[in-house]
Ligand binder design. Sequence first.
Ligand code: DAH
Length: 363
Amino acid sequence: MQEQQEEVTKIREAFDQEFGRFADLDLDGRGVTDAESLLREVGELKIKHTGKKSAFAGAMKLIGKVAPEERGNFGKFVQSVEKEIVSKIEESEKRLAEFISNAKIESERLDVTLPGRRPRTGHLHPITILRQKIEDIFVSMGYSIEDDREIETDYYNFDALNIPEGHPARESQDTFYTTDGFALRSQTSTVQIRAMERRGVPIRIIAPGKVFRRDTPDMTHVPMFHQIEGLCVDKSITMAHLKGTVTEWLKRLFGEDTITRFRPSYFPFTEPSAEFDFSCFKCHGTGQYDGVRCRPCKGSGWIELGGSGMVHPNVLRAVGVDPQVYSGFAFGFGLERMCALMYSIDDIRLMFENDVRFLEQFK
Ligand code: DAH
């Protein structure tokens, strides 16, 4: 039996040698996938050393070569060795499986007491905020909001607005042209024509939108900016209606004590024409704020806003409206400068750079 016992011992030693690295495996710092592949290797060793085709299964056949009186003892010996091998393997499988399960639980752990991460919500652009405020005011006064195209023909941008070819006003409103004769509108006044063609008269609209000028960007100029146009045409509309309307919406925007001022001016599409100013929202027209020269109005007490006037008969004729029957007023102003003054922004280019650090200030 000595010989057979030695053979079984050799088989066990071969197992021990192969299994050695799993015997006291250090799992510290290992990942789940690493541990899973170790577990697979242990499974393979299990088949190799205890399966039906294993060297150990072969050892069982040695029993026939042992003297009959020693078979009982030999059998016990083989069994104890098998038990030892199986328990080593199972222990190692158990350790690995536990490690894997713990590591998974740890990685999926959710600490509900941790402070949450606030989602970064967006908000409206300052120009949009101002535009919507003004739109609300006009809607409450019975006006509708008219939206129209940004690419126009010379006819709508100039001719129909009483600015014929060669008129000096074309020069100051030089814009961008496409190669096939279209122009990016240089003023929202184009919508006066479009809206009257579409809706006829009487009409009360405001038209907010983008306009374009061939300007080199600097602190107070950008080649694309926003305007709001207003138009009211009906029977018996007079300059008093213009003054009343402009005064009213500025009071609603800047407060009841706002005063409006009209200065004679010239625009091709209105006659008479006037520029309008309003008393400074900061110093209330005094020109002084905190004992020093007021910034938004540069100490004058007034802020210049836009142009206005009584719709020129030629403009009404261009859309087939009889100026003997109908009259109207129109006005237009830019949003960027107004917005810059309200929010103390000294460079209007900032409004188009989309820098969140800048925009976040206007929630
Ligand atoms: N379109 C003019 C501009 O861009 C502003 C303007 C002036 C509009 C007088 C009007 C108006 O409707 O009546 O400078």
